[in-house]
Design a protein around this ligand. Sequence first.
Ligand code: SME
Length: 159
Amino acid sequence: MTPSDARLDKERAKELLVHIEKLVASNPKESVLGDVVKALNEVPSYSWVGVYRLVGNELVLCAWAGPQATVHTRIPVGKGVCGWAARSGRTEIVSDVSKDSRYLECFTNTKSEIVVPILSEGKVVGELDIDGTALNAYSLIDKQLLEAVAERISTYCKG
Ligand code: SME
């Protein structure tokens, strides 16, 4: 499989959103975020998936799925790609992390990253952070899917 074959397509994105909506509707509140990151981690291009909650001026990791833990469990707003997206409230797609000076390294095999703010009443309450092992792993399809997922889980990220 070449990196471009591994990218998420529209059909799979639609199915995944329906699956995640079911998870959110049927699972106990405490396990929703854990189950959502696991479901997203099934996508071949989503090699590490985390949800951070905004606590004061810091992003705090609250659920993750992937082959290894990250050392970045707390990230100040404004630091890294995550902190940047928390400050702007906008999705960041980094096609090549080696070319982005904001990038905070977690895993040596990460080549691209997408960070999607989770909003509640227009304010950032958290973030979805996804790492990929291929360059240019994320497209508008991922952005739209993950922004929809962020909307579905925002109630579980409020402090
Ligand atoms: N790469 C992120 C830090 C979080 S780890 O990828 C899990 C960043 O630049 O903010």
